[in-house]
Design a protein around this ligand. Structure first.
Ligand SMILES: [Zn+2]
Length: 582
């Protein structure tokens, strides 16, 4: 009696241990075997027990230890081989596995049924029924856990796609090749755009990092998430995308390289792993160790941000007479950049630099930074592909804001709401089965739309109020574009004692600068009483025709009073809507 029990235990242990070891290995031959191997213990352990039980019941010899080990290893090796042969995405692999497990169970369970029937004394119906119920119940108990894998947050919900969210800092839309830049600044992101969906008119909700990223992660406006400026935390009342995914059973991690995206400022909400500053190697080793269950990996790349240090080897490509041995500090004094923030008409001659020369060099340096960042994006994509995860992962690349190069008299960012700061790149690569490769969305979108779109793609319910909408119905031709295609709002809190709001429609843009209601009031962004009188009364408003004047240089607010009035009304409506959000 003892020997058969020990043998059974051995069967299970060998199978489970081998399954665990294999589950830790990188996926083979470019296919994602991670989740499959992670299920192996659940699949093969009970299988071994069943095989043993049925043999004993069937009265056949149990076999020696060596034979059992060989059988176990063969059974185990057949799983990766089988899945390798199937060119399927994660969901279909899961369906195949569950089907396979069910078939195996029935084959192995058949002797059990026979045995039960025999034990009950022949072919009487109640005993057949009882045996059938036992077999079905056992099958359900056994197969159910395999129909989803588990993350640290518990039972996995949804389709189980991984998400790689790459937020890139300070990237104006026209610096990338896929958005029309002639310089070779972004070969990897251009390739990603060809494989994914490129949003031509994506609008950030703020022109500086933490406010914009907070909107992206919560799908709410700055006025709602209240991470408005400097030391305003992303408070706990906010529900982040990472929290939603963690609750849905995902493994979540963030590697955020930006001094504003910190644990202290609340940006760690929902991330089981949170690292402030990390090299690509560290990120990839996290990925290698954690891809066996569906994951959200958020990486923030700071690099296009000033000071522009990533000069070599690229700057010479973008400015032929760029001195190849010049350290960046002496090429353009960085004080020019810091001093000129917020100040119109930068006086570069004060620094002994001709304005045109300085701007050419700035642009070459900036393009070099973007080229370096593109290389980092490429390393992440390569890491994903090397682990065989490319087909099972939704990849998002999106900038938090742009950068001004004297478009409106200043340098840098976080000082205005013109398009060079709020019109940003947004690329989403879906798995092949979505059939959306190479699509370009010409309609306007908000970064608020990213989370709702991802939740729908992941098959997860929207359990928290979101301002944005999903683009999937529009992309699939089964529904309308979300409201952002008609109205996109951005917000800049308290700059030089004023608040700035912009409301962008497909053709027009209103920028309104309003005085705060009270000096120290936290909620003084309110547009309450945003009427014609307050408009005329000491506030500054601009209206631009984005089609005739994409550079936003000619204010049309007095020439187009009807449009001005209509957009002002829509901004006031928006204000009431966000104020009503407790
Ligand atoms: Zn930023």
């Amino acid at each position: 009696m003892l020997r058969p029990l020990l043998l059974a235990l051995l069967d299970s242990l060998v199978l489970v241990a081998a399954g665990c070891i294999l589950g830790r290995l990188p996926a083979l031959a470019g296919r994602d075997l991670g989740p499959v191997l992670a299920w192996s213990p659940a699949l093969l352990g009970p299988l071994a027990l069943l095989v043993w039980t049925s043999r004993e019941i069937g009265g056949e010899p149990a076999g020696g230890i060596r034979r059992r080990v060989v059988t176990a290893l063969l059974a185990l090796a057949s799983w990766p081989a089988l899945v390798l042969m199937l060119d399927l995405d994660l969901q279909r692999k899961r369906v195949v596995l569950v089907g396979l497990a069910a078939a195996l169970y029935l084959v192995v369970g058949a002797p059990l049924v026979r045995r039960c029937v025999r034990a009950a004394g022949g072919g009487n119906r109640p005993s057949i029924l009882l045996a059938a119920i036992l077999v079905i119940a056992g099958g359900v108990l056994w197969i159910r856990p395999m129909s989803s894998s588990r993350g640290p947050g518990g039972e996995l919900q949804g389709a189980g796609w991984n998400v790689l969210l790459v937020t890139i800092d300070t990237t104006r839309v026209d610096i990338l090749g896929c958005y029309g830049q002639a310089w070779d600044t972004s070969p990897r992101m251009d390739a990603l755009a060809r494989e994914g969906v490129l949003f031509e008119q994506a609008i950030a909700q703020a022109p500086h990092t933490h406010s914009s990223i907070a909107s992206l992660l919560t799908s709410t406006y700055p006025a709602e998430h209240r991470s408005l400026r400097d030391l305003h935390r992303l408070e706990d009342f906010n529900v982040t995308f990472a929290e939603l995914l963690s609750d849905a059973g995902y493994t979540t991690a963030a590697f955020l390289d930006n001094p504003w995206l910190t644990r202290e400022l609340g940006f760690d909400q929902g991330y089981q792993t949170f690292v402030e500053r990390a090299e690509t190697d560290e990120i990839l080793s996290w990925l290698r160790a954690n891809h066996s269950t569906p994951f959200l990996l958020h990486v923030h790349l700071l690099h296009p941000h000033a000071p522009f240090e990533s000069v070599q080897p690229w700057a010479a490509n973008f400015q032929p007479d760029y001195p190849s041995d010049a350290p960046w500090q002496t090429v353009v004094p960085i004080e020019v950049l810091w001093d000129s923030k917020l100040r119109a008409d930068v006086d570069m001659q004060r620094y002994g630099v001709e304005r045109d020369v300085a701007m050419d060099r700035f642009r070459a340096l900036y393009a070099s930074e973007v080229r370096r960042m593109d290389q980092q994006v490429g390393e992440l994509l390569d890491g994903l592909a090397d682990l065989g995860l490319a087909e099972d992962t939704i990849v998002v690349v999106v900038a938090d804001h742009g950068e001004e190069f004297l478009d409106h008299g200043s340098l840098g960012h976080s000082h205005s709401l013109y398009d060079e700061l709020v019109h940003v790149p947004l690329i989403v690569r879906f798995p092949k089965s979505f059939d959306l490769a190479g699509r370009r969305v010409s309609e306007q979108a908000e970064l608020n739309d990213v989370v709702p779109t991802l939740l729908e793609a992941l098959g997860l319910p929207v359990s928290t109020p979101l301002r944005g909408g999903s683009w999937l119905p529009h992309l699939r031709g089964s529904g309308p574009a979300p409201p952002s295609s008609e109205t996109a709002v951005s917000q800049l809190y308290r700059i030089q004692g004023r608040h700035i709001f912009s409301l962008r429609t497909p053709g027009m843009k209103l920028i309104s600068t309003v005085a705060p209601l009270g000096r120290d009031r936290f909620d003084d962004w309110s547009l309450d009483g945003f009427t014609d009188e307050t408009l005329i009364w000491g506030n500054r408003h601009q209206l631009f025709n984005l089609i005739q004047d994409p550079g936003e240089t000619h204010d049309r607010s007095t020439d187009e009073p009807a449009i001005f009035r209509e957009l002002s009304g829509r901004l006031a409506e928006w204000s009431k809507k966000v104020e009503s959000n407790p």
